[in-house]
Design a binder for this molecule. Structure first.
Ligand code: MG
Ligand code: MG
Ligand code: MG
Length: 319
């Protein structure tokens, strides 16, 4: 009887697909890297499926529509014991709630390492601007062809994460890789890139709550519990027309989650500048960090576009 149970369990395990997903509030890199990694795994003979941990944003929707492909399957968690591959994050706080009960086979990422496991795994992280820049190398190393669709997915994410090479997170390698991929994708990178980024600035179909959550990251600033959210726009003033409603929504989330600070960063992708609405008892961290006054809950962030490089570390330093 026991043998039977054991054998059954092994069969199930072998039949199970490897699920591949990025972070919650997925961006173009998380979605495309899941699809691109699933394709690579399949080419290497492994059964894999791209998944996502949240809604598709407008920018990613533009990419998927351009290619006429479906969004990955939405999941909330994975059954205990499932084999998974994480892309574009290794942070358990941004992943499925039962991450400690699944088997992490691989991590492909470009963020700080935020994970330890009790078992060995393939862990590939490089300090580049986008997961897809690493993915490109994985394809080359494995001798797997990058077709037009895969190239378009890859280049779209590099454009997204680097804001068309203008973000300080962008490396020479990201730019060179994107330009190679643009040839395979047969796109004019500047035109396609701007159209794609602009598609991502359309907030018209979202509620205030959704806008605040589109690209929100829960971040600890030393002992301060905070959320730093970001939206891209072609006009900061246009987004600030919703300021009163955004503030009401932010206050509600601060109360619900017991936050010390909520920073909502509005980034002008054309001018490469940001302003942020800052609320919470620890809002003054932002004043210290940028040596700027918060006026009417808004702070100027001159030349700031990257949360990862120009906001999070500076805010932590000044917390
Ligand atoms: Mg990401
Ligand atoms: Mg990324
Ligand atoms: Mg991002």
């Amino acid at each position: 009887m026991y043998y039977y149970v054991e054998i059954k369990r092994m069969e199930n395990k072998n039949m199970g697909k490897t699920l591949i997903f990025g972070h919650k509030n997925p961006d173009t890199d998380s979605i495309t890297s899941s699809i691109v990694m699933a394709n690579l795994e399949k080419k290497l003979g492994n059964d894999a499926e791209a998944c996502r941990l949240g809604n598709i944003n407008k920018e990613t929707e533009y990419v998927l529509n351009y290619l006429g492909i479906e969004a990955p399957r939405l999941i909330e968690d994975a059954e205990d014991g499932t084999e998974v591959i994480l892309v574009d994050t290794s942070n358990p706080g941004e992943s499925i709630p039962n991450l400690e009960n699944v088997q992490i086979k691989k991590v492909i990422d470009h963020h700080r390492v935020a994970l330890t496991t009790a078992y060995p795994l393939y862990f590939r992280t490089e300090p580049v601007g986008c997961t897809e820049t690493v993915m490109y190398k994985l394809y080359k190393e494995n001798g797997v062809e990058i077709d037009k669709t895969i190239a378009t997915l890859m280049v779209s994410a590099i454009i997204s994460d680097t804001l068309l090479f203008k973000s300080p997170t962008c490396t020479a390698e990201d730019e060179a890789t994107a330009k190679e991929l643009a040839k395979i994708a047969e796109i004019d990178i500047d035109k396609y890139g701007m159209d794609m980024l602009k598609a991502g600035t359309d907030l018209s179909s979202f509620s205030i709550e959704e806008i605040l959550n589109l690209d929100a990251k829960q971040t600890s600033l030393k002992d301060k519990n905070s959320i730093i959210a970001q939206v891209n726009t072609a006009s900061i003033d246009e987004v600030l027309k919703m300021k009163a409603d955004l503030e009401t929504g932010m206050k509600k989330i601060i109360a619900e989650k017991g936050l010390d600070l909520f920073m909502f960063v509005i980034t002008d992708i054309v001018e490469s500048n940001s302003k942020a609405i800052v609320l919470g008892n620890s809002a003054s961290i932002a004043e210290k960090a940028y040596n700027e006054k918060i006026i009417d809950n808004v702070i100027e962030l001159k030349g700031v576009v990257s949360r990862k490089k120009q906001i999070v570390p500076i805010m932590i330093e000044n917390a």
